[in-house]
Write a protein that binds this ligand. Structure first.
Ligand code: BES
Ligand code: MN
Ligand code: MN
Length: 452
């Protein structure tokens, strides 16, 4: 029934998704403010025609939240679907093989910014809901809360959640904004890392100088910053910030074994990324390094002359954006503070250093012994013929920890992307198969979950 509905409507589903993907809802770029709103309005209209009771564009000081409800019977369980309709900037544009906001299907994959993260995955939920409504098969209540600021830190959504405890009453949060291993090896994410995101500014002389006239005598802030950054890891790949690992959960041998049981081919991994060797903290596997260990990475570094040709300059300032991925039970505020203290302490007296925390979020682990997790597992068995493997993802969805804290709600992270889908990168894509099987799996989740 559901399968047939999806099959006979799949072209329309894709056409609609493509219309949505054509709207460049880049939350980080104020020039796209109106596009972000247009993407919210598009979603509102699609929710309305799919059959929700109420749908509303909730204004925030930033981009709006789209909120909708379908209450069939208050006595039945309520699923709260969360996702985001904003996307990352498409840069660098020249590395895209086709324009980021003109979706195309090539070899069974939809190429467009947001195809996987997260419009394509949100749209599966809208179409799963539509299918259940059309087939008279919606077995419980649904609330949709789709935000437009996930990629910039979800600050206004956090306030919305704090101010709307009653409205958001439900039994489980359902999110498709993560990855699965492969169609042959379906998986469910059971952990996400947290995040501390810092910006540092190193100032040397009060103006840019001639690098010949002054070079050698005056501190070069780029040289200094490079050295400071290099010192943030030791020989064994560990972060050198004092106290950085203090709160980190030690996993039991059994838990580590379970993580490493997931199918993972290191040779393919290296080949796909074009690298000859992996690296990281000594004593841990690649899956552990991205899943259960905290890390520190420079996301961007700039200063001096970066234009065409050579300009001899000893710059006045150098900058870097540095992120730390956190694991239970590291606290992002505490880590940002440790970073700041340490970074200031390693600055030589020849420069001045300023450190700012840009944003952050808590890590999350989701239960695997709940009715909701069992329902999700059963849904994967229905559609993929196999029980999903629990995995820890390296990315962050900070709002998950807040849902637990504010609403007391656990989350099921039922994501259908692949790590290789190039989210946040040029040529982001999402499998048409993933999209269609995802819709089916979501419908099946509702069926199993409502049988509680
Ligand atoms: N959907 C991603 C997070 C993700 C990706 C989790 C893959 C698991 C696997 C989300 O949109 C994202 O990009 N989050 C940001 C954090 C945010 C605070 C900007 C991230 O992880 O960098
Ligand atoms: Mn996302
Ligand atoms: Mn993202």
């Amino acid at each position: 029934m559901v399968k047939e509905y999806i099959e006979s409507n799949q072209q329309r589903f894709l056409d609609e998704l493509f219309d949505w993907l054509r709207i460049p809802s880049v939350s980080a770029d104020s020039r796209h403010k109106n596009d972000v709103r247009r993407a919210a309005e598009f979603l509102r209209d699609k929710l309305a025609s799919a059959g929700v009771d109420t749908v509303e564009i909730c204004e925030t000081p930033g981009h709006p939240i789209v909120y909708a409800e379908k209450i069939i019977n208050p006595a039945l369980p309520t699923v709260v679907v969360y996702g985001h309709y904003d996307v990352q900037p498409p840069d660098p544009l020249d590395l895209w093989h086709s324009p980021p906001f003109e979706p195309v299907v090539k070899e069974g994959k939809i190429y467009a910014r947001g195809s996987c993260d997260d419009k394509g995955q949100v749209y599966m939920h809208i179409k799963a809901f539509e299918a259940m409504m059309k087939l008279n098969a919606l077995p419980c209540n649904v609330k949709f809360m789709i935000e437009g600021e996930e990629e910039v830190g979800s600050e206004n959504l956090a306030n919305f959640v704090k101010e709307n405890h009653d409205r958001l009453k439900g039994d489980i949060i359902l999110i498709s904004d993560t990855a699965m291993i492969s169609l042959e090896h379906p998986s469910i994410t059971t952990g996400l890392r947290g995040l501390s995101y810092m910006e540092v500014e190193v100032t040397g002389p009060n103006r840019d100088l001639h690098s010949g006239v002054y070079g050698g005598a005056v501190a070069n802030p780029i040289n200094v910053l490079s050295k400071m950054i290099a010192s943030l890891h030791d020989e064994s790949g560990r972060v050198t910030i004092p106290g950085f690992y203090d709160a980190v959960d030690k996993l039991s041998a059994a838990e580590r074994e379970a993580i490493n049981k997931a199918p993972f081919n290191q040779d393919n991994y290296k080949k796909e990324l074009g690298i000859d060797e992996v690296q990281g903290e000594k004593g841990y596997t690649t899956l552990e390094r991205t899943g259960i260990r905290p890390t520190l990475d420079v996301n961007g570094i700039w200063g001096g002359y970066t234009g065409e040709g050579a300009k001899t300059v000893l710059p006045s300032k150098a900058y870097a954006k540095i992120s730390m991925r956190l694991v239970p039970h590291q606290n992002n505020h505490a880590i940002s503070e440790l970073f700041t203290k340490h970074f200031l302490s390693i600055a030589p007296p020849s420069v001045k250093v300023k450190v700012t925390a840009l944003h952050g979020g808590e890590p999350a682990v989701t239960p695997t012994d709940s009715e909701a997790f069992r329902a999700a597992s059963a849904a994967f068995v229905d559609v993929f013929g196999k029980a999903p493997i629990p995995t820890r993802d390296g990315g962050s969805i900070p709002i998950v920890a807040l849902f637990k804290k504010e609403l007391g709600l656990d989350t099921v992270l039922m994501g259908f992307g692949f790590d290789s889908d190039a989210i946040h990168s040029p040529n982001e894509h999402y499998g048409v198969k993933n999209f269609l099987l995802g819709i089916e799996t979501i419908v099946s989740f509702y069926k199993h979950y409502s049988k509680n």
